[in-house]
Write a protein that binds this ligand. Structure first.
Ligand SMILES: [Cu+2]
Length: 301
């Protein structure tokens, strides 16, 4: 999952649904003309960047990550490491003193990483999102949005680990270039960037936890089979087994050596074109990334 096409797919999926409402028709047409699969059916944010809770984009969020877990599971199955047979999410959030998933201090993230934040925000969210009262009063789409913008985002930040100096952090806005290939480094697994988060082992703990909420919601609402209203996954590729990854150790998924990129080149080139469009808009300031952190946190309250 550390390969460039996986990274681009995850990054484009999140970025495009987030900015779609802010792209003008020309930009959308251009993207669709390059790669129709990237047409966003349900944007996750409105023109002002505010999350949209009512259009089932929240189902897309849950559904797409469920597909990613499925893909990771099929990779794990083909690898056959008995110590890591499949993705298993956290049953409950690790407490502040948890030794296996420690909180590593990072500059600018003191708040999310504090014990107060855990006790006053994370833990109450966890209780809310697992409560029958909440689960029986939301649609699946509403729950997806609530989870994404609150506890899920904060889980990413709270358990983010700092990048070593020789890796660094990908800048928010790419200039000219889509995404520099140096960010395909296996060591670049920063949880705060959709280009890299899924390379980090903790991503699967977080998304396993999120995915389990779907099952809670089903149970509480007596639903046997979900009738999904949001199943947008972008042009996610279905990978052949030879193209799948090996798992060297439970920490990191590494792609098999010597696999040619050729069969993917077409899709891949098109993804790069689409990401160029994104960076162009970034450049002229079309995309406002200024969604205050606080707003996201307060989304559900
Ligand atoms: Cu994601």
């Amino acid at each position: 999952m550390a390969k460039r096409h996986h990274r681009l797919a995850h990054y484009l999926w999140h970025s495009l649904r987030g900015i779609w409402e802010r792209l003008d028709q020309n930009a959308r047409n251009y993207i669709v003309s390059i790669y129709p699969g990237w047409e966003v059916p349900r944007p996750s944010n409105d023109r002002l960047g505010r999350p949209i809770r009512t259009n089932n984009s929240g189902e897309d969020f849950l559904f797409m990550h469920r597909q990613m877990i499925g893909l990771a599971n099929s990779i794990l199955q083909s690898v056959g490491n008995p110590e890591y047979p499949k993705v298993v999410g956290w049953k409950t959030l690790p407490l502040p003193n948890n030794a296996e998933f420690p909180i590593i201090p990072m500059k600018g993230m003191e708040e999310f990483k504090s014990e107060d934040f855990f006790n006053n925000r994370m833990r109450p969210w966890e209780i809310q999102y697992t409560s029958e009262n909440y689960l029986s009063n939301v649609t699946l789409g509403e729950m997806g949005v609530d989870l994404e913008i609150t506890i899920h985002n904060m889980m990413h930040m709270r358990w983010a680990t700092p990048m070593p100096n020789d890796v660094g952090y990908r800048p928010d806005t790419a200039i000219d270039q889509p995404v520099n290939i140096k960010w395909n480094n296996i060591k670049y697994d920063y949880l705060g960037d959709t280009y890299s988060s899924h390379v980090h082992d903790t991503f699967w703990k977080i998304h396993g936890w999120v995915d389990d909420r779907i099952n809670d919601w089903k149970r509480v609402n007596n639903i046997d089979e979900i009738n999904w209203n949001g199943k947008w996954i972008g042009p996610m590729q279905h990978h052949s087994h030879q193209e799948m990854a090996i798992l060297s150790q439970p920490k990191i998924l590494i792609d098999l050596e010597g696999i040619t990129e050729s069969e993917l080149t077409n899709d891949f080139d098109k993804m790069i074109e689409v990401s160029k469009v994104l960076s162009k808009f970034d450049n002229i300031g079309f995309i406002s990334k200024e969604i205050p952190q606080e707003k996201k946190i307060d989304g559900v309250e």
